[in-house]
Design a protein around this ligand. Sequence first.
Ligand code: NCD
Ligand code: ZN
Ligand code: ZN
Length: 346
Amino acid sequence: MNQILTLRRPDDMHLHLRDGAMLEAILPESARHFARAIIMPNLIPPVVTAAQAAAYRDRILAALPDGMQFTPLMTLYLTEATDPADVAAAHAAGLVKAVKLYPAGATTNSQSGVRDFDKVRGVLERMAGIGLPLCVHGEVTDPSVDIFDREAVFIDKVLDPVRRTTPGLRVVMEHITTEEGVAYASAGGENIAATITTHHLIINRNHILAGGIRPHYYCLPVAKREKHRLALRKAATSGNPRFFLGTDSAPHPDHLKEHACGCAGCFTATNTLSILAQVFEDESALDQLEAFTALNGAAFYRLPANERRLTLTKGDAVTYPSKIPTGAGAVTVFDPGFPLLWKVTD
Ligand code: NCD
Ligand code: ZN
Ligand code: ZN
């Protein structure tokens, strides 16, 4: 008999939809399965102001195919020139659900991010006052810090001091990749949470580097040692409300991934739910899949859980396209390296 699992419709609390031809091609990959997503603002130019966020939201909704229901939850890209009043007005209007902090130089399109944290103190204080979460790409950019240590150093040198100087600031540690990240989010109380991606539950650094370099497994923060992957799996499947899904599905055209200086990002929107169901089954935690994908994130963002449901059915292996064609070039779908037996059937 087929195993069937019915969940509240999931939310993706960290998603890159891009813009233009790429947006049009990849939006259905998320909207097919997810009810809502926190939309990352790292476009060129970045989504800095409320007016830019409103315009981007309208472009997303215009690209949504007829008959699909999907709510983009908008974010603002924090710069040293961000106006606290604009942020507060965008929040009060219900337009934005978070502000995103990119340390300048840390990742894709982060050039307009923050170098001097004193310059954003006023915005952070305002956000703490109104309860608007700060989503953080948590890596230092100091070239003398080894890339595998950049998350742990960020927690000690940047995140913890910022939280101490701005009491009450609500923070989402995005795409954590280390046991240090898990420990910090676990111990931080109700003002902190962490997203975990699908791919960091599957790959460790060997997948990128051993037996040939695999650009489609390269993302930031870069996957770490096996012990960190295991810590992430334990956190994700624990039911702990501090942890929830943010796929960080981040499409780049193949010609820019398979390149002498390849872009960072794994594209997982297409097959994420099949992969996650397998992970949770392997961890004997299918009963926690709904908490991770649909309850914990909504609760942290103070949103009602979705009323619509999603059904997963276990059966013969499901096949997904290995690439999604887009007007900006084909995008390779993340390969988990094992057969996917769980299929979204409703
Ligand atoms: C993201 C992207 O491509 O926009 N890439 C990535 O490797 N995760 C940026 C980010 O989330 O850091
Ligand atoms: Zn990031
Ligand atoms: Zn991201």
